[in-house]
Design a protein around this ligand. Structure first.
Ligand code: 2AL
Length: 182
């Protein structure tokens, strides 16, 4: 959790390199998103910055959305068990209660994750900060019934929620750029 949040004014003044250093992982392991969004500055506020990332993800073709999903770690998966998640994912998965699951719950989640990946070819993605473990297990079970096309779009929408919350951890939500009239 960022303690000293940035104002949107200081975000707008960032060099490309600084922008990538701060926002390169708001979409997990996909600094390409930040590299593309940098050209949209100046941003009005944190929500506008999040919308720019969201619009970029929305415009991706289905195989691009699937690619972004593949960059996400499984929930309560192998990387979590060996402590190899990014710091953002570590906090998100803990907030959903995934670090305090029973062995039975972990096995159910791992089995459902495996079935999901076998069916769709990309991992199940959900915004862990907006869900608890029971809702995640239910969501996994329900979404397994969907088509691959529906899941690519649903998963990408979850990535947008994750991205927005990561941005709100970095940028002060109250700070705005105001333009004086000409
Ligand atoms: C994640 C993750 O790492 N953080 C989050 O909110 N969701 N992963 C996932 N497969 O949904």
């Amino acid at each position: 959790m960022a303690v000293n949040k940035l104002s949107i004014g200081s975000v707008n003044k960032m060099t490309y390199e600084d922008f990538i250093a701060r926002f390169g992982n708001v979409v997990e392991h996909c600094s390409l998103c930040a590299a593309a969004v940098w050209r949209e500055r100046p941003f009005r506020d944190a929500e506008n910055l999040a919308s720019c990332f969201g619009d970029f993800i929305d415009r991706l073709p289905i195989n691009g959305k699937e690619g972004i999903l593949r960059l996400h770690p499984d929930l309560a998966g192998r990387l979590a068990q060996v402590g190899q998640l990014t710091s953002e994912s570590t906090q998100e998965q803990a907030s959903a209660g995934l670090t305090t699951m029973t062995e039975d719950e972990r096995q159910r989640m791992n089995n459902l994750n495996r079935r999901y990946k076998d069916k769709f070819g990309f991992p199940f993605v959900i915004c862990a900060r907006e869900n608890k473990k029971d809702a995640i297990l239910r969501g996994l079970q329900e979404r397994l019934e969907n088509s691959a096309q529906t899941e690519a779009v649903t998963g990408a929408n979850e990535v947008k929620k994750i991205c927005r919350l990561r941005i709100l951890n970095i940028v002060c939500p109250d700070s705005q750029v105001t333009h004086s009239p000409l």
